[in-house]
Write a protein that binds this ligand. Sequence first.
Ligand SMILES: [Zn+2]
Length: 53
Amino acid sequence: MKMEELLQKCPVCGCPDKKVLRKIQDEHRAHATTKGIICEECGYEFKPKKKED
Ligand SMILES: [Zn+2]
């Protein structure tokens, strides 16, 4: 997850607040994979960017 992805505003409602969904497999481990990012306001799901223009 890049910082710039967390800082970008929602393209739908312009809200800068987001929820980061994490998939936690074991609470005793510090191992959690990021499942996705959704807009706190409208629930828009941010897609991870690929390196291609
Ligand atoms: Zn939104």
